[in-house]
Design a protein around this ligand. Structure first.
Ligand code: CO
Length: 134
């Protein structure tokens, strides 16, 4: 069902500092910050050729990554994102198999402007999985 690994997301306490390290130390193609108020994050995408790294910094009071950074103040891997051809069919298959879709279970528009869903980390070995329709 899942396709290509679209991105690996890393929550960071300082987006500018993290971006600078990827740009200058790792010599990566680092994009500009994109504020996503409806998701409570500011993101930077880094093209690594075969996938992307998504750096996430909290935005606003009720950021969904605030709790994560409270537990891991130095930052850390937050989620991985796989592409799926039909997100509604994927969600139905997952729920039928006993996995839980976070939130109201309906796709939202993600950072790439495409439908996304998140799966409960307890169902996937403590790894938050994002599905993005492509
Ligand atoms: Co993501």
């Amino acid at each position: 069902m899942i396709g290509r690994l679209n991105h690996i997301a890393i929550a960071v306490p300082d987006l500018a500092a993290a971006s600078a390290k990827y740009r200058h130390l790792l010599g990566a193609q680092v994009g500009q910050p994109i504020a996503l108020p409806e998701h409570g994050v500011t993101v930077v995408f880094i093209d690594t050729g075969n996938t992307e790294v998504e750096l996430l910094e909290p935005l606003g009071e009720a950021s969904p990554i605030a709790g994560f950074l409270a537990k891991t103040p130095g930052g850390g891997m937050h989620h991985i994102c796989f592409e799926v051809p039909d997100i509604t069919a994927a969600a139905a298959t997952l729920v039928a198999g006993g996995a839980r879709v976070l939130g109201d279970g309906k796709p939202k528009t993600g950072a790439h402007g495409l439908p996304v869903l998140f799966l409960h980390p307890k169902d996937f070995d403590s790894t938050l999985i994002e599905l993005e329709q492509h």
